[in-house]
Design a protein around this ligand. Structure first.
Ligand SMILES: Nc1ncnc2c1ncn2[C@@H]1O[C@H](COP(=O)(O)OP(=O)(O)O)[C@@H](O)[C@H]1O
Ligand SMILES: Cc1ncc(COP(=O)(O)OP(=O)(O)O)c(N)n1
Length: 474
């Protein structure tokens, strides 16, 4: 997908054309750039602006569109009326979706456009306009809204006045959440909210979000989907902004967080439990399960406890779904809960002759640990993860040991399927994403929740043989 950014240059690389090209590439597009203005700018502010001649902006645009197919256009800083006129005239000659970020003022407070009203001829030519609260107010000739209801109301009026979609953004409001909504003259079409991250490094968020939105729309053809994806990307990029050390003011977001973010914490956690994993492999229960010599009574004891555990685990997954910050993770955890209730528990019951037993102390300890994490989404999913990851890991070795006529053959196969691999990879990805957004204290609580659950897994496998487990990863 070829995405054109028409915008100003920010030499610090956090906003403007430089941010646009990074965000377009990070979202899978091929970025192109027509420059409207040079700024002398760093993370502390703008010290100068030199606009490009309107005729030369036209020359850049016409030369490009004479040769290259353009799948979406993102417009940022336009500096003055002459450039706005040049861009508006060129837009009449092309047929591509247009995301217009009506850049007026930088985070530092410096003006980047002479007059808000000058943008009016462009508004009806755009497909989506992405004003922040100050820009939304300025386009309507009103004060900036201070609450989300008024932002949505102003966005609806702007959409109606110019027959355009408006992306209302709540980044500048107070509160723990940052809501964004796609608004038409008829009202809100889609709304996505994210936690407000505690960082001063938000330089270029508007440029980045609008470029990601244009790119994701070119790829998906659906504005709501594009916004959901762009917002998720934005959150990850802001979440990793502090990893970069650029300037002493408002630094940039981490545009390539998905490629070059900090060393993978999940790999470190997996290493932390390496001795524990080796301990599980050596348990009599696992060894005998693999070679088929495990007494049926012990297998049934384990299965009965596991069935009790899974009933509770399904509730914990449902709770993770309820706490999840966005749709993909809500769906994933809810689906996991459903699969346990409809699939896995059936398999257990098919092996059990009698009704379910009472939970053992080991089982209760494990589910109590999960419950103790259930008010914090990051900690809860970190506690949930070992049950996916360790079973997938052990499942591979058990499946390899399976043989024709193995007494527990169908059970050995369950955790070695491609579907389970996929679910485990997704669960790891979601914990990793939550970790990236967490502050250091919360990251440590997540790690502890993961380690404790891993210990409970070891104890759980050991209980049928009443093997004593003295293990701590602390
Ligand atoms: N501290 C933050 N935490 C999470 N998201 C943020 C934060 N600040 C801005 N955003 C998001 O960045 C995007 C750009 O928003 P905003 O800051 O309102 O626009 P602009 O950069 O144009 O002033 C929005 O999706 C907003 O929710
Ligand atoms: C050259 C240039 N263009 C736009 C901006 C403002 O960008 P924005 O994404 O609104 O980011 P903030 O800096 O306001 O967060 C800019 N500074 N320079």
């Amino acid at each position: 997908m070829n995405i054109l950014s028409i915008a100003g240059s920010d030499p610090s690389g956090g906003a403007g054309i430089q941010a646009d090209l990074k965000a377009i590439a990070a979202n899978g597009g091929y970025g192109m750039a027509v420059i409207t203005a040079l700024t002398a700018q760093n993370t502390r502010g703008v010290s100068g602006v030199q606009a490009i001649d309107g005729d030369f902006v036209t020359a850049q645009l016409e030369t490009l569109s004479a040769d290259v197919r353009i799948d979406a256009v993102k417009i940022g800083m336009l500096a003055n009326q002459e450039i706005i006129g040049a861009v508006a005239a060129w837009l009449d000659t092309v047929n591509a979706p247009v995301v217009l970020d009506p850049v007026m003022v930088a985070t530092s407070g410096d003006a980047l456009l002479e007059d808000a009203a000058a943008l009016h001829p462009l508004l009806a030519r755009a497909t989506v306009i992405t004003p922040n609260t100050a820009e939304l107010g300025a386009l309507l000739g009103e004060a900036a809204a201070q609450d989300w209801e008024l932002v949505l109301e102003q966005a609806r009026r702007l959409a109606s006045a110019h027959d355009v979609l408006v992306l209302a953004k709540g980044g500048h409001l107070a509160g723990a959440q940052c809501p964004d909504a796609l608004v038409s003259a008829a009202g809100v079409l889609a709304e996505f909210s994210s936690p407000r991250l505690a960082t001063k490094n938000t330089h270029g968020t508007g440029c980045t979000l609008s470029s990601a939105l244009a790119t994701r729309f070119a790829a998906t053809g659906d504005w709501a989907t594009a916004l959901e994806q762009a917002k998720g990307y934005m959150l990850r990029a802001i979440g990793a902004a502090d990893e970069l050390q650029v300037g002493s003011g408002h630094g940039p977001v981490h545009h390539f967080v998905d490629f070059f973010g900090a060393a993978d914490p999940m790999a470190a956690w997996w290493e932390d439990i390496a001795p524990l994993r080796a301990g599980i492999d050596e348990l009599e229960f696992i060894v005998q399960l693999a070679d088929g010599s495990l007494e049926r009574e012990k297998f049934e004891y384990y299965l009965a406890q596991d069935a009790l555990y899974l009933q509770r685990y399904a509730q914990v997954l449902a709770q993770a779904s309820a706490l999840a910050p966005e749709l993909d993770s809500q769906r994933f955890w809810a689906k996991g809960a459903g699969e346990i209730l409809e699939g896995e528990l059936q398999l257990h019951r098919s092996h059990l002759v009698e009704g379910l037993a009472n939970p053992s102390a080991t089982t209760l300890n494990y589910v109590n640990h999960l419950s103790s994490c259930n008010s914090s989404y990051p900690e809860l999913i970190a506690a949930i993860l070992p049950c996916y990851w360790l079973y997938q890991d052990i499942g591979k070795r058990l499946a390899a040991a399976n043989y024709e006529g193995h007494p527990y053959g169908d059970w050995l196969q369950t955790y070695a399927s491609e579907e389970f691999d996929e679910s485990t990879a997704q669960a790891i990805g979601m914990v990793r994403a939550a970790w990236k957004l967490a502050d250091p204290a919360q990251r440590e609580r997540m790690r502890q929740a993961f380690l404790r659950s891993s210990e409970h897994e070891l104890a759980f496998f050991a209980q049928a043989h009443a093997e004593s487990v003295e293990f701590s990863t602390a």
